[in-house]
Write a protein of this length. Structure first.
Length: 380
């Protein structure tokens, strides 16, 4: 996709808007100007995602035969334009395409600004609007047009099938087990489609501070004594836990699981701290939701959970101690599982209160890793 500014959206300033006028950038295949929020905004966004990606600027006067920007009156900022765009896309397009947006303030018009949105070419088309149609950009004008060509539609669906195959390969891939002897839990969140670099805009000084702040809000004991920068992301490390955030949007949290020793009728037994397992699952998904939402990503993401070095250890949840005391085997095993949910940031919000999804999710994790006590206990 063409970048008319030669810089990331997050770095745009007032002077960059004037470049559009000086360079005579007209509306067309990759550009759309609007003075205010149009009624067909969802169709415009979907058409960009279904074609080659593009730009939407709201708060621009382009009323002339050439459809080039004449002035930048801006729009009122009191109504939260970025949230409004996010809600329009969430409610009017399925699946929601990937986009990045920024408000460019207008010093000459306090309280007003231009909303700039960059819509990426989708790897997961087609994006269907509420009216049930598939819109694409045409080469002769800026208006989205419903696509009826069977060949084009087949290509869109084939592109989506190929990317679904990549996701299935990720799900099938087993996480490497490291035999260090220390029980460890890993939770991975991965956006769908893969390799969209949805968090890449965060890799600036200001946004990295925001990531660190959100991480500390999620894990109070994660005090980043060390923050390492890698080519593909950053790693926050402190003692027994680490958080990796990759530009692709993949998030990995891992930490050691404390083990307690208890005398049982059958002898000495070892139990994993159940609260650590619970918090690792819920907190990682909650953190991913916050980061994805901040990056304007409202699409699907998958989650994987792995336990390492947990063989022959029980689950230290007091609710299940009677079962162990009655002689139930203490048996667990290494395994990594893909959670059977295609999460979205909105769906994961329910996990913050451990609702219906949350309780069933945790029970599934327990059972999948062989905590045999649950074989005699029904789900709540």
């Amino acid at each position: 996709m063409i970048n008319f500014f030669n810089k990331p959206v997050e770095q745009l300033e007032r002077g960059d808007l004037d470049l559009l006028a000086r360079n005579e950038i007209a509306e067309g295949l990759y550009m759309e100007y609007k003075e205010d929020f149009p009624h067909n905004l969802a169709k415009i966004v979907a058409s960009f995602a279904n074609t080659f990606g593009g730009w939407i600027l709201i708060g621009v006067d382009a009323r002339n035969p050439q459809n080039m920007p004449l002035a930048f009156p801006g729009i009122e900022l009191t109504g939260g334009p970025k949230d409004r765009l996010r809600h329009i896309c969430r409610d009017g397009i399925n699946p929601v395409p990937l986009f990045t947006s920024k408000i460019v303030d207008l010093p000459e018009s306090p309280g007003r600004g231009v909303l700039v949105a960059r819509i990426e070419e989708s790897s997961y088309p087609p994006h269907i609007t509420r009216d049930g149609r598939i819109y694409r950009r045409n080469g002769e004008g800026s208006d989205p047009a419903p696509e009826t060509d069977r060949y084009i539609l087949d290509r869109l669906f084939e592109k989506s099938r190929q990317n679904k195959g990549q996701v299935k390969a990720l799900i099938a891939q087993k996480l490497a087990e490291v035999e260090t002897g220390v029980p460890t839990i890993k939770v991975i969140s991965c956006p769908v489609p893969l390799n969209q670099y949805i968090i890449h805009p965060f890799f600036t000084g200001i946004m990295l501070d925001q990531i660190e702040k959100k991480a500390l809000q999620t894990w109070e004991d994660l005090k980043p004594a060390r923050i390492r920068f890698e080519p593909e992301g950053i790693i926050l490390e402190h003692g027994f836990q680490a958080l990796e955030i990759l530009r692709s949007g993949m998030i990995l949290y891992r930490r050691d699981i404390p083990v307690s020793r208890t005398k049982m009728p059958s002898g000495e037994a070892f139990f994993l701290n159940h609260l650590v397992i619970k918090d690792a699952v819920y907190n990682t998904l909650s953190f991913a939701r916050r980061i994805y939402s901040e990056a304007n990503y409202m699409g699907l993401f998958v989650a994987k959970v792995a336990l390492e070095n947990v063989r022959s250890k029980g689950l230290g949840d007091p609710e299940y101690q009677d079962y162990y005391a009655a002689g139930a085997d203490v048996l667990s095993r290494y395994q990594d599982i893909t959670l059977p949910y295609w999460f979205t940031p909105m769906a994961v919000k329910e996990l913050d209160h451990h609702g219906r999804i949350g309780d069933t999710l945790l029970q599934l994790v327990y059972r999948s890793f062989g905590f045999r006590v649950l074989d005699d206990k029904s789900f709540k």
